[in-house]
Design a protein around this ligand. Structure first.
Ligand code: GSH
Length: 206
């Protein structure tokens, strides 16, 4: 039995993509993070001491951190998504670390400030600073996709799943992707996968 804590619209989204990609049956557990603050409850902190979602339980094995969860699921259920050889695996890791340390943090800061922080309390300087980083991130992605279908060549890998999540956040915030035809074509390609379609539906995107 597999359980995933957190909704598909949260950082757990990429775990749902991976669970669907692997064709697994799972139980989705949504915590009340606003009123009840269940993610900070004693019970949940025993699972994830960070008090954050996602958290995965696979037959009693507990794992937190979304990137670790998707790598674990790939290793166990769909290893071909990890890359075919040492070089491909290296590139999958490269794009995954890049997502977590470079591409995602500015987008998450902008999302939190714009959507969750109430008017009057928003850190406008932080928003401006983070928005300045976005063109450079898109440029790296756009150039990397100039000569290939996917980030690591001709096949979909975890690199695409990892990088696709913050790009989805950018799209959801209606950030302009003008002037990035390679990113747009790649994103349409990955969005058409059944796993992405299913998670998009779970998120209420269509
Ligand atoms: N690096 C973590 C980030 C998890 C994260 O920030 N989750 C947010 C929801 S999107 C959360 O649980 N926030 C609650 C809090 O910070 O108290 C991961 O990727 O799993």
């Amino acid at each position: 039995m597999i359980q995933i804590y957190g909704t598909p619209r949260s950082s757990a989204g990429r775990c749902y993509l991976m669970l669907e990609e692997c064709g697994l049956t799972y139980e989705a557990i949504a915590l009340d993070m606003m009123k009840e603050r269940e993610h900070k409850s004693e019970k949940f902190l025993k699972l994830n001491p960070n008090g954050k979602v996602p958290c995965l339980i696979d037959n009693g094995f507990v794992l937190w951190e979304s990137a670790a969860i998707v790598f674990y699921l790939a290793e166990k259920y769909k290893p071909e998504l990890l890359g075919a050889d040492a070089k491909e695996k290296g590139l999958v890791h490269q794009w995954s670390y890049w997502t977590m340390t470079e591409a995602q943090p500015p987008l998450v800061d902008i999302l939190i400030q714009k959507i969750f922080v109430p008017e009057g309390k928003k850190d406008l300087a932080l928003i401006a600073r983070r928005e300045q980083q976005i063109p450079g991130i898109l440029d790296i992605l756009e150039k990397s996709l100039a000569d290939k279908k996917y980030l690591v060549g001709e096949k979909y890998t975890l690199a695409d799943l990892m990088v696709g999540s913050p790009v989805n956040v950018a799209k959801a915030m209606q950030m302009s992707l003008a002037g990035t035809p390679n990113i747009q074509a790649w994103f349409e390609r990955i969005k058409s996968r059944p796993a992405w379609q299913k998670v998009s539906q779970l998120r209420g995107e269509h």
